[in-house]
Design a protein. Structure first.
Length: 244
């Protein structure tokens, strides 16, 4: 009963969050009045379907939600719709880690595949507000998730988005490299992280956080394959060019 009550409260909270986003939308009609939440929500059955798929218990339904959200983001949607899809994907990116459903003391929504694909889908956001939120979500994944594949998808998405306000994105990736390296060096995560740092540098005319250089040197000298080490050295050389 306690778990069921918590699920109901969470669903109510998420619905309120969605409606709050919609409530900020401007009406395109000549009256200049803001449309009601009902008007916005009912005009978007696709968003309703994605939300219901994401809220369902099953892994397959959640994967469908990710797929449908990704397709919508690729096609392009309005600012409020995009931001709401980012919120949904953010919840899915934490399935079993920050979004926890338990029964009889056992987590029943630990879905690494869902988390990884949700992170990957976030790379397709286009609006500034949605990008900023996506970056916060992806940094949270790097901090909270222990699955190297999920973390790899998060790092790559951060590289594609390219935002590095106050150096937070670069610092998060560098910190994740250090943690993963100490825990269990992973070739895929190290390679993707180096690639992401290179993409962020390109988008921002260089990066200047010492943590990034330290992380790349760590990869280049660490217990990784030759391909991964060469990638880290390649990115270090690229960063050296920006500093000239």
């Amino acid at each position: 009963m306690k778990t069921k009550a918590l699920c109901i409260l969470f669903s109510l909270y998420f619905f309120i969050s969605i409606t709050a986003v919609f409530a900020q939308s401007e009406d395109s009609t000549s009256t200049g009045k803001e449309p009601s939440v009902e008007e916005l929500y009912l005009k978007n059955p696709q968003l309703q379907i994605i939300n219901e798929e994401a809220a369902a218990d099953g892994r397959e339904s959640k994967l469908l939600a990710v797929s449908h959200a990704e397709d919508s983001l690729k096609k392009g949607v309005s600012g409020d719709e995009e931001y709401t899809m980012v919120l949904i994907l953010g919840r899915l990116a934490g399935e079993g880690t920050t979004t926890i459903l338990s029964r009889q003391g056992r987590v029943v929504n630990y879905f690494p595949e869902v988390r990884g694909q949700a992170c990957s889908a976030l790379q397709f956001v286009q609006g500034d507000k949605a990008k900023a939120k996506a970056v916060n979500i992806l940094i949270g994944v790097l901090v909270n998730d222990v699955d190297p594949i999920v973390k790899s998808n998060a790092a790559y998405a951060l590289g594609v988005i390219g935002l590095n306000e106050n150096g937070y994105t670069v610092q998060a990736i560098a910190s994740a490299i250090k943690v993963q390296d100490e825990l269990a060096p992973n070739d895929n995560f190290a390679y993707v992280s180096a690639l992401a740092l290179g993409k962020i540098a390109k988008a921002n005319n260089g990066i200047y956080q010492p943590q990034a250089f330290r992380a790349l040197v760590r990869i280049a000298q660490g217990n990784y394959s030759r391909v991964v080490k060469d990638k880290a050295l390649e990115v270090l050389e690229e960063l050296r060019q920006y500093n000239k």
